[in-house]
Design a binder for this molecule. Structure first.
Ligand SMILES: [Zn+2]
Ligand SMILES: [Zn+2]
Length: 321
């Protein structure tokens, strides 16, 4: 038996994520990874002790009642230790009073600003999502990605410019910090997009409204040996470009999943998953693919996407053209 989500939400919400101890009121972190000395992990202390023999454990409360919101008090590690070490000074009745006074303080002084803050971060996320949809032409995704991965590797210059601009503005964005996975997915997507576009432009040239790949190996007549060298070079570049494009589409699908989970269940729902058309293959046929990360890959990327992006960028830098 452990504490239910609902009780956790009630406890954290009504304490405004702060230590309940009089005059402490330290802001607490729910996520171990985010915790620090100035933002310690919050501890859900039992008022009536949970285990027999633990502090303040003599009571008629059932096990389930001991894990409910009414029997919990949110404290910083220091004050949790203090009350557990001094049960005579902090008996059950006194802890109930401390908790009630803290919640009263939250209601009377904080509730307004606390709510305002929650709304402000929602608005920031919504704004960053809008920037992404617009900057990366999500409405037109399959078409521009399919053109980019096609043998001529085409992209409308305006689409390219908007996407590059988007990656630069994401780089400067201020992140609220309360939706960890969403922020990782957004940063991963924009960084991957930036690496791919920069790698692409190393070997593209403008043609009217488009960038198009520079097939330098067949621009003029070369002796067989030189031709082969150039072709190898081109194919190495093209192979890695394709890899980077797959990475970008995977990143887009991850991001969309998290936006649907955390912000809006209907996000991009009519377009479905991000896909692209690849081909022609040896039989001159085309197929639609939906590149996605596995569940384990996503889990790992939450905290390691920066390493992943560094590897991608290093490989991009090592391929000269
Ligand atoms: Zn305790
Ligand atoms: Zn405290």
């Amino acid at each position: 038996m452990s504490i239910k989500e609902k009780d956790i939400k009630l406890l954290w919400g009504r304490s405004a994520n702060r230590c309940s101890f009089p005059d402490c009121r330290m802001k607490l972190s729910q996520d171990k990874k985010m915790a620090s000395e100035s933002f310690p992990i919050g501890e859900q202390a039992h008022i009536v002790g949970k285990e027999e023999g633990s502090a303040r454990s003599v009571s008629i409360l059932s096990e389930e009642e001991r894990d409910s919101y009414h029997n919990l008090i949110l404290l910083c590690p220091t004050h949790h230790t203090l009350i557990d070490k001094n049960p005579e000074d902090y008996p059950i009745e006194k802890l109930h009073m401390i908790k009630a006074q803290h919640e009263y303080w939250v209601e009377s002084t904080l509730s307004e600003s606390h709510e305002t803050k929650a709304k402000a971060s929602d608005i920031i996320y919504a704004h960053l999502i809008d920037l992404t949809v617009e900057g990366c032409s999500f409405e037109n995704w399959e078409s521009w990605m399919s053109n980019l991965i096609s043998p001529s590797h085409r992209i409308v210059i305006d689409t390219y410019m908007k996407a590059i601009q988007f990656t630069l503005s994401m780089h400067k964005a201020v992140w609220p910090g309360n939706l960890h996975e969403l922020e990782s997915a957004m940063k991963h997507f924009s960084t991957t997009m930036n690496i791919m576009l920069n790698f692409y432009i190393k070997n593209a040239e403008s043609r009217g409204d488009y960038y198009i790949v520079d097939k330098f190996y067949k621009k003029r007549y070369y002796p067989q040996e030189i031709y082969q060298q150039f072709l190898d070079k081109y194919e190495k570049w093209e192979g890695y470009l394709d890899e980077l494009i797959y990475e970008v589409v995977k990143a887009a699908n991850w991001l969309a999943d998290i936006v649907r989970r955390d912000i809006n269940p209907l996000f991009m729902a009519t377009n479905g998953k991000f896909s692209m058309v690849i081909g022609p293959d040896d039989n001159l046929s085309y197929q639609t693919v939906v590149p996605e990360y596995s569940i384990d890959q996503k889990k790992e990327l939450i905290d390691s996407f920066e390493d992943k992006c560094r590897d991608l960028a290093n490989r991009a830098a090592s391929i000269d053209i």
